[in-house]
Design a binder for this molecule. Structure first.
Ligand code: AOF
Ligand code: ZN
Length: 330
């Protein structure tokens, strides 16, 4: 299985499909073929491995696969039937396929008389497939909401000025989080007010290798000279306000993790819709007072309705503090 996971990691780490590897063993236990998945639209790991054998050669073989073989016709598949047709007699896999359409391969294999062993090296496979599994479970990208505020939770002074609240170390950490995300989400309000570039940059302002796709929510027109239009990846514009639907669409585009750097209204809409899995709060030890709070109306009208998160980490970055908290509902 560790070999299968190693093969899996040769495939693309992002996109709609998971990284999957497969090792075929002869009845005597020798490796007779290996395969891995190279991304949406290409052969699944099982089929890739089987394609390296002559007809009949897989008879009585054991297939070791890092993900439960699929049981559906998507862009390809189903692998359950391919394994049965090839005469494989045993299938060992690491994690269940969470897909509503694709799962059920294990049951189908057992029904056909194939011995099935599940859960082998599951922790390692879950680690590899973390973002894909989360997005599959949620039916949308895993959403991290970030803001930077004063100690009293304000994002601007009374006149609206807001540069800079946090220091360089905190801002650098934000760039690392952008680089680690598939998409960065803002609203048109933020594009108009701050003209952010939404790139992931290093200490010296250089572009990092991994760039998130910028996603702009909202209906207000964006000026032709907006910095986001010069992002190395073409921005995605999402009009309308059905956030769950928009996020489901982003997942279809292969976006598994989204980093939301929205202003108070869009951020509140994400919270109100139950679409925030994790919060990154950068607190600068300054006081601003006034009305420019981090979040607009999140629908909490009485204290019993408060949204309680779980603190996962607290870190000092220069003079600022980062608090990471997760939504227990995620
Ligand atoms: C993969 N690679 O090696 C395996 C997958 O649209 P399709 O036909 O490519 O099906 C994609 C689904 O198939 C995927 O979401 C997962 O549930 C299942 N198994 N997928 O991309 C593989 N074994
Ligand atoms: Zn498959």
């Amino acid at each position: 299985m560790l070999r299968a996971l190693d093969l899996a990691s040769r495939g693309p780490a992002g996109g709609v499909n998971p990284q999957v590897g497969c090792v075929l063993l002869s009845p005597a236990g020798d490796v007779i073929a290996e395969g891995w998945h190279r991304g949406a639209g290409t052969a699944h790991a099982e089929v890739d491995a089987l394609s390296k054998l002559e007809p009949g050669q897989a008879s009585g073989a054991t297939a070791v696969v890092s993900l439960e073989p699929c049981n559906h016709v998507g862009r390809t598949g189903p692998c359950s039937e391919a394994l049965i047709a090839a005469g494989v007699s045993r299938v060992v896999y690491a994690v269940d396929d969470p897909g509503q359409e694709s799962h059920g391969g294990a049951a189908r294999l057992r029904e056909a008389g194939v011995e099935v062993i599940a859960g082998v090296e599951a922790d390692a496979a879950i680690h590899l497939l973390q973002s894909w599994l989360a997005a599959a479970r949620l039916g949308r990208p895993y959403v991290t909401l970030k803001w930077a505020s004063s100690l009293d939770g304000r994002i601007a002074a009374a006149d609206g000025t807001s540069r800079w609240i946090t220091g360089a170390a905190a801002r650098q950490r934000v760039h690392e989080s952008r680089a680690a995300s598939d998409a960065v989400i803002v609203g048109t309000g933020t594009v108009l007010a701050d003209d952010p570039s939404l790139t992931a940059r290093g200490d010296a302002g250089e572009l990092l290798d991994d760039q998130p796709v910028p996603v702009v929510f909202g209906d207000r027109p964006v000026p032709q000279d907006a910095a986001v239009l010069r992002h190395p990846r073409p921005p995605i514009f999402m009009g309308g306000h059905d956030l769950p639907e928009a996020l489901a669409q982003l997942r279809e585009l292969g976006i598994r993790t989204a980093y939301v750097e929205a202003g108070p209204e869009l951020a509140a809409a994400f919270v109100r819709s139950g679409l925030v899995d994790e919060v990154h709060v950068y607190l600068a030890p300054i006081l601003l007072g006034g009305r420019h709070t981090t979040l607009g109306d999140i629908g909490v009208t009485t204290i019993a309705d408060q949204l309680t998160l779980v603190t996962r980490g607290v870190e000092q970055l220069g003079n600022d503090v980062l608090i990471v908290a997760t939504n227990p509902a995620a």
